[in-house]
Design a protein around this ligand. Structure first.
Ligand SMILES: Cc1ncc(COP(=O)(O)O)c(C=O)c1O
Length: 274
């Protein structure tokens, strides 16, 4: 990650080289903090209010103090001003001390190449977070397992992992939601599976209707995905990203991923079309 700017509650913009957390902050000691990753288009964070809503929900589930939205909004603005980068990634952190941090980093440059070539996924068994103490839908800093899954997928020669549960029900990726299409219907796992309610997932749900696709949310086995006409993932930073292979089974590229990527960029007011 190339850090461009950091702003911290009570201090404002700080040198990105400076430490910003207390040593006893449980964000560090236990991975007990809430965070959000937000795409910045033309200098503006896309769907900031929705990300702050989710951050507030995550914080409540982990038992953190109530999120100070106004402070985080102000820190986001200060960090974005300091970074002065039109296309970037904004991360917001809310920790138990409480500490609030806004961090702006450069957008990785390989995502558009990956979008052009399409991603290979490997299915890995993940946790279906059905109980509240497994923190369904919470975006916390305990992401080591998600990163390990991505690393395992790469070790196996793929680009990313796809979590399935013990019964083979499709869940999500380590940092993405997953979709596939049959004819004019898009399918995506439903939120009651304990997956993250992706902000991009909600945006794609809305945009799919405008593009005359029906959408079904539910519990689907991996075989449904492997038999799809096309598949793609969604996330704030990777946006809509076609999937061209799952577990070595090739999937054809299709029009929906490209249409929805273009619609997402246009909804975001991006200067570069999808
Ligand atoms: C586990 C998981 N699922 C899905 C997503 C996609 O969410 P969003 O569209 O809000 O970026 C993320 C984002 O990081 C994630 O971590």
């Amino acid at each position: 990650m190339t850090l461009l700017a950091v702003a911290v509650g009570g201090r404002g913009v700080v040198d990105p080289e400076e430490p910003v957390l207390r040593a006893d902050d449980e964000a560090l000691l236990r991975g007990r903090a809430a965070f959000e990753t937000i795409r910045v288009y033309a200098g503006k964070p896309f769907k900031l209010a929705e990300h702050l809503d989710r951050l507030a929900g995550s914080a409540a589930m982990i038992g953190l103090p109530e999120v100070n939205r106004l402070e985080l909004e102000a820190l986001a603005e200060q960090a974005l001003d300091a970074a002065a980068a039109p296309d970037a990634v904004l991360r917001l952190y809310w920790t138990p001390t409480p500490a609030s941090i806004a961090l702006v980093s450069a957008l990785a440059d390989h995502y558009d190449d990956l979008r052009a070539r399409g991603q290979k996924l490997i299915s890995l068994r993940g946790v279906r977070a059905e109980e509240p103490w497994l923190l369904p839908g919470v975006k916390s800093t305990s992401y080591a397992a998600n990163m390990a899954a991505e690393a395992e997928a790469k070790r196996q020669g793929a680009d990313d992992a796809l979590f399935i549960d013990r019964e083979g029900t499709v869940l999500e990726g380590p940092t993405t939601n997953v979709w596939w299409r049959r004819d004019r219907t898009l399918y995506t796992p439903s939120l009651d599976l304990g997956i993250l309610a992706g902000v991009t997932r909600a945006t794609v749900l809305a945009l799919a209707g405008d593009s005359a696709y029906a959408v079904e949310e539910g519990h689907y086995g991996l075989t449904a995905l492997l038999a799809a006409d096309e598949a793609f993932t969604s996330s704030s930073v990777r946006e809509v990203m076609p999937v061209t292979e799952v577990d070595g089974v090739p999937l054809t590229r299709g029009p929906a991923a490209d249409e929805l990527q273009a619609a997402l960029r246009s909804a975001a007011g991006a200067t570069v079309p999808g």
